[in-house]
Design a binder for this molecule. Structure first.
Ligand code: HPA
Ligand code: ZN
Length: 336
């Protein structure tokens, strides 16, 4: 029975809306790039690396995530990283991806903005040409860094704005509320960029209100803690705000104690537009279908819920109405 639902989820066309491309760096590629670029890493083997992926909170993970990035040096590295992710998601029938990248994680190590973004963009266009997988690119600001740093990054992005679709906000949430970036997001909005922000992963509902009211986001990343505030839930529902939920990430970062307690089903029952995403698949134990499998096994999701999750992923995407209609029709065409 559960297996039927998993098979159904696997057959549905899906979009992934919450994916940090640097978080798709698998241990095998970490080693290969460390060797290629002669970068020292504090691990002896792939097993050693996987053993280090035990986190008790977001910061634990971020420390290892930034360390992992240090092997990414050349345009080819960013191309290989992105291509590996795009090849992997095709197996899960993911037809559209909206990818985050963290330019400040690279420029602060002396890797030029253009090196990182060029490698990512080349892979994205190749994937579209070869396999028809469409994409959007979202540049995230690291919220533990200053407003001034974020403005400098927005300036560096200027020559690339025709190939960047939106900006986001990630890294250490608590202590770095959305209000810190109100002016940067206003500047991004003036440039016609879409706006998203991580909020309510570890931070309180007040941070979600700030993301809505001050940043004026088009989509909410995570948003789990919104459920603590009934008025906020009502507002997210009224505004039909898409939430990019990441179940395995929530488990690994101890946002939930166990998958059976995950709020995904509750979110759907409350009428929230939740989606299923992998966040940092190399670190959290899997890609989109691994996330679907985990929630289907742990929660009481009906077939309608699975279809709603797939539909929400396209409805919440930054695609044109025509593109959305085509993807939604393809979902309806999957009957069993
Ligand atoms: N939360 C915040 N920042 C991040 C994450 C996340 O889950 N992944 C990569 N950067
Ligand atoms: Zn994230």
């Amino acid at each position: 029975m559960k297996q039927d639902l998993i098979d159904y989820a696997a057959r549905l066309p899906k979009a992934e809306l919450h994916l940090h491309i640097e978080g798709s760096l698998e241990p095998e590629m970490l080693f290969a790039l460390a060797r290629r670029n002669k970068v020292d890493i504090p691990f002896k083997s792939v097993e050693d690396v996987r053993a280090a992926y035990a986190f008790s909170n977001l910061q634990d993970f971020l420390d290892i995530y930034y360390q992992g990035m240090s092997v990414l040096r050349t345009e080819e590295d960013f191309f290989d990283l992105t291509m590996a992710y795009l090849n992997r998601v095709r197996a899960d029938n993911v037809r559209h991806v909206e990818i985050f990248f963290d330019p400040q994680g690279h420029t602060e190590r002396g890797v030029p903005f253009g090196t990182a973004i060029s490698g990512v963009l080349t892979a994205l266009s190749l994937s579209k040409a070869q396999f028809g997988v469409t994409s959007k690119l979202i540049m995230c600001f690291l919220r533990h860094l200053s407003e001034e740093d974020a403005f400098a990054t927005l300036k560096e992005a200027d020559p690339w704005l025709d190939r960047i679709d939106g900006v986001g906000l990630d890294s250490s949430e608590v202590g770095h509320p959305p209000s810190k970036f109100e002016r940067v997001f206003a500047a991004a909005r003036e440039r016609g960029l879409k706006l998203v922000a991580h909020a309510g992963e570890e931070g309180p509902p007040a941070y979600v209100y700030e993301a809505l009211d001050l940043l004026k986001i088009d989509r909410l990343d995570h948003g789990n803690r919104s459920l603590e505030d009934a008025a906020l839930v009502e507002r997210l529902k009224t505004e039909a705000m898409t939430l990019t939920v990441c179940p395995l990430s929530n488990l690994k970062l101890c946002v939930v104690g166990d998958m059976a307690a995950h709020p995904l089903k509750r979110m759907l029952d409350l009428g929230l537009k939740a989606t299923v995403n992998s966040d940092d698949p190399a670190y959290f134990g899997g890609y989109v279908m691994d996330n679907f499998r985990a929630v289907i096994e742990a929660l009481d999701l009906a077939k309608d819920d699975i279809r709603t999750l797939a539909k929400n992923s396209f409805e919440g995407a930054f695609l044109s109405d025509g593109e959305k209609r085509a993807q939604l029709a393809a979902i309806e065409a999957v009957l069993i």
